[in-house]
Design a binder for this molecule. Structure first.
Ligand SMILES: [Zn+2]
Length: 257
């Protein structure tokens, strides 16, 4: 092969690769996804008083998501892998919203893993599902609702399938499906972050931060430590947490979807 022909063919190959790359970037909304990191990290920093880690590595290597909203419940459309410290996502050419909410969920796992050594899984999934939807700036209570999770949570309330609070906080949700568990984790975290009364909301947020801080100590398991901080704070004079539990259920029930 002549030198010129070789150069010519290599140039074509490079151009084709560059086009494929540009196309993949466009189809996966990579730039748009990457731009979500800063507001996501700032929101978590604000809520949890934790220093954000450096921007995560994100790769689109889980295939292509369906163009419509009908994603099977158990489909893995994103994950944060602690071994390679990377967020793995599906491409979703016709479903930008799905890609964005999945990134926000997985970026929260990445943030929490770097900021805290230990967290109970309900608290971690609760924060991740909370961060999936709604405003990334502090806004009205209704701007922070994750409608899908709220709908599923109300379904559990209607069918009287919601386990008691002490079981939820100790992570005992036997017999429930994964997305029902996620809905409960979301509702717990939402209830700790939002309340109509700003003073009550501040107390609850401070409690959430104390739970997260307390979980970092070694003298108890993470679940025990968080449960103790939580129940010590919400018990009434008779040592009962029933009132808080009923109030929380009522607040969530009264939210409009
Ligand atoms: Zn998750």
């Amino acid at each position: 092969m002549t030198g010129f022909l070789k150069f010519f063919l290599l140039t074509i190959a490079a151009t084709v690769l560059a086009c494929a790359d540009a196309h993949a970037e466009e189809a996966c909304h990579q730039e748009r996804i990457a731009s979500l990191w800063t507001p996501t990290a700032q929101r978590l920093e604000h809520l949890l008083s934790a220093k954000p880690p450096p921007e995560p590595r994100v790769v689109f290597d889980l295939g292509t998501a369906p163009a419509d909203q009908d994603v099977p419940e158990n489909a893995v459309i994103g994950s944060y892998d602690r071994r390679d410290d990377t967020i793995h996502l599906m491409c979703s050419p016709g479903n930008v919203g799905l890609a964005e909410s999945t990134f926000r969920h997985e970026a929260t796992h990445y943030f929490l893993h770097h900021a805290f050594q230990r967290l109970p899984s309900w608290l971690e999934e609760g924060m991740a599902t909370y961060m999936e939807a709604g405003s990334l700036d502090e806004a009205g209570l209704y701007d922070h609702i994750n409608k899908d999770r709220l709908q599923e949570f109300k379904g559990l309330l209607i069918r009287n399938r919601l386990p008691p609070l002490d079981e939820l906080i100790s992570g005992r949700t036997d017999g429930l499906g994964r997305s029902q568990e996620y809905a409960i984790c979301w509702a717990l975290v939402f209830g700790l972050l939002h309340q109509e009364e700003s003073t009550v909301q501040e107390q609850r947020r401070a409690l959430l931060r104390r739970m997260v801080e307390g979980a970092q100590h070694d003298d108890m398991t993470t679940e025990q430590s968080v449960a103790k901080t939580f129940f010590d704070a919400i018990k009434d004079e008779d040592g009962q947490s029933h009132d808080w539990e009923m109030q929380w259920r009522r607040e969530l029930w009264e939210l409009e979807e």
